[in-house]
Design a binder for this molecule. Structure first.
Ligand SMILES: Nc1ncnc2c1ncn2[C@@H]1O[C@H](COP(=O)(O)OP(=O)(O)OP(=O)(O)O)[C@@H](O)[C@H]1O
Ligand SMILES: [Mg+2]
Length: 243
């Protein structure tokens, strides 16, 4: 297996606002190793979420290449990219994005049911295995006692745990987290961070966006987006990054 999971090269992305083009990413590049815990920092509006969406195949760049496991993501077929989004990548959002009318268990089962093949549906086992695997995943994130709750019956930290379980249910090679602790108080944020660190120790490759230098200090490597490009943080792990 290659040492690297992903290479992004010269990513450009602008948004058209009426007649004005807002240039966000202007040649962003990064290399991500298998098993790495990478953090992306930078001022509000610098393009962190934009970058994460592009890495996850949720958005396309204007220019530049993204290679995942030696496959060029944006020249691949739509079908390949759909599979990439649903199986290779797990995405965690700052505001959870859970389905409010579904239970915790159903929320986590959902990506697995989307993945299930027509044959599995015909044989009738898809729902049963999805339920089993989703329960196991929720147990792993400490929510075995909350399977039948709805998202609005949970604390913020618990909701984020559900979102993490949902992101992991299809066993993605890459976990992308956009400010997963940004909406939580310090104690809950730490709980989530501990979970991510534990997952990473188990081999999960993670790219996480955060504003918080304390949160960032848990990563192997920190990158900063400045003026549309990515710079490696010079500060040592645990130290405050330079401004
Ligand atoms: N769909 C869009 N249409 C127009 N402009 C957009 C769109 N999405 C993002 N932008 C602009 O692109 C810039 C980068 O946005 P992005 O969400 O990537 O920033 P960010 O670094 O994640 O910020 P924050 O830390 O506040 O989450 C911002 O100026 C934003 O207004
Ligand atoms: Mg953002």
């Amino acid at each position: 297996m290659s040492k690297y999971l992903l290479h992004a090269r010269g990513i450009h992305k602008s948004y058209q606002m009426g007649r004005v083009s807002v240039r966000v990413l202007q040649g962003a590049s990064l290399d991500l190793r298998n098993g790495e815990f990478l953090v992306v920092m930078g001022a509000s509006g610098c393009g962190k979420s934009t970058l994460l969406h592009i890495l996850g195949g949720l958005d396309t760049p204007d220019r530049g290449t993204l290679e995942f496991d030696r496959q060029d993501v944006f020249t691949a077929s739509d079908a390949w990219r759909r599979t990439y989004r649903s199986l290779s990548v797990g995405f965690i959002f700052q505001f959870y994005h859970l389905l409010p009318e579904c239970t915790v268990l159903e929320n986590v089962m959902m990506p697995r049911l989307v993945k299930a093949s027509a044959m599995q549906w015909l044989l009738g086992g898809a729902k049963r295995t999805a339920r089993r695997d989703a329960s196991a995943m929720l147990d792993r994130v400490g929510l075995a006692e909350r399977l039948q709750h709805r998202p609005n019956e949970l604390s913020g930290g618990e909701r984020q745990r559900v979102a993490i379980a949902r992101a992991l249910i299809n066993g993605p090679r890459l976990l992308l987290a956009d400010e997963p602790t940004g909406n939580l108080d310090a104690a809950m944020g730490e709980e989530i961070l501990r979970l991510l660190v534990e997952l990473n120790r188990g081999g999960q490759t993670i790219v996480m966006v955060t504003h918080d230098p304390k949160v960032a200090s848990h990563a192997h490597r920190r990158l900063h987006i400045r003026a549309g490009v990515i710079e490696e943080a010079k500060a040592r792990n645990g130290a405050r990054p330079e401004r």
